[in-house]
Write a protein that binds this ligand. Structure first.
Ligand SMILES: Nc1ncnc2c1ncn2[C@@H]1O[C@H](COP(=O)(O)OP(=O)(O)OP(=O)(O)O)[C@@H](O)[C@H]1O
Ligand SMILES: [Mg+2]
Length: 240
């Protein structure tokens, strides 16, 4: 479904990606793991069209999307939940979800998606008319994911959804991702929580300084030396 072929990207003089190749098949849950600054968010940004790779190609269903606008890419069915839950705090839950569904052509699909979201996130139904900013951190993260789901994405990309959440909420978010995967949603997940990610993903890529260092199933990766560095790095972080 998604294929990145040797993507290079830079911010001015800073090279962030040096030949990143990954692929995600329909229905798969794939994680991109790595230390701070490895290039994980940059990779998602290139796929979502917010940053143009200067070399390499990105194929979605076999057609190149590198160079398309974020709007065009969203319409193809790729949805990104960026780092740091960017919901609209002054808008209600209802309004946030409406914005997520704006690309839908049929009203019926909007209502179908909303019903599904109420089933997945009962708290959002309870808080429907409340401003997003009054929700707890975990609830805001649920709203950010729900908003992305409102557009019926074919590929959902989540950038560190568990960041900054209390352990109980982290559990909830991982259970939710697992449930979405079981429902058939194709997901590319960026995470620092290596243990929890490897419990639920089909495959993962380990990234380091703009390159993919290794990849494989959780079982293959757990025995891989590179992953030790990521564990060490995560443990050594004071948390952002
Ligand atoms: N807007 C920007 N301008 C300049 N450099 C940037 C910018 N965004 C990211 N970078 C640099 O690009 C590299 C990759 O950053 P990126 O945000 O992709 O890392 P990451 O793997 O998502 O890290 P984290 O786990 O901390 O979110 C880093 O060295 C970072 O400093
Ligand atoms: Mg990042």
């Amino acid at each position: 479904m998604l294929e990145l072929n040797s993507i290079h990207a830079r911010y001015g003089a800073i090279t962030a990606l040096r030949g990143v190749s990954i692929n995600v098949s329909q229905g798969e849950l794939v994680a991109l793991l790595g230390l701070n600054g490895a290039g994980k968010s940059t990779t998602l940004g290139c796929i979502a069209g917010v940053l143009k790779p200067w070399q390499g190609d990105i194929l979605f269903d076999g057609a190149s999307i590198a160079g398309k606008s974020p709007e065009q890419i969203a319409r193809l069915g790729i949805s990104l939940v960026p780092e740091g839950r960017d919901i609209f705090s002054s808008l209600t839950v209802d309004e946030n979800l409406r914005l997520g569904g704006y690309i839908l052509k049929e009203k019926a699909e909007y209502h179908r998606n909303l019903d599904e979201i109420f089933e997945l996130f009962p708290v959002l139904k309870e808080r429907f008319q409340q401003p997003g900013g009054t929700l707890s951190g975990g609830e805001q993260q649920q709203l950010a994911i729900a908003r992305a789901l409102m557009s019926s994405p074919r590929l959902l990309m989540l950038d560190e959804p568990s960041l900054g959440l209390a352990p109980a909420l982290v559990d909830q978010i991982f259970e939710l991702i697992d449930r979405l995967h079981q429902r058939g949603v194709t997901i590319l997940l960026v995470e620092q929580n290596v243990d929890r990610s490897l419990e639920i993903v089909d495959r993962a890529y380990l990234m380091n300084t703009g390159r993919i260092e290794s990849q494989g199933t959780p079982q293959q990766l757990r025995t891989h030396a590179d992953i030790e560095g990521i564990y060490m790095g995560v443990k050594g972080q004071s948390g952002k």
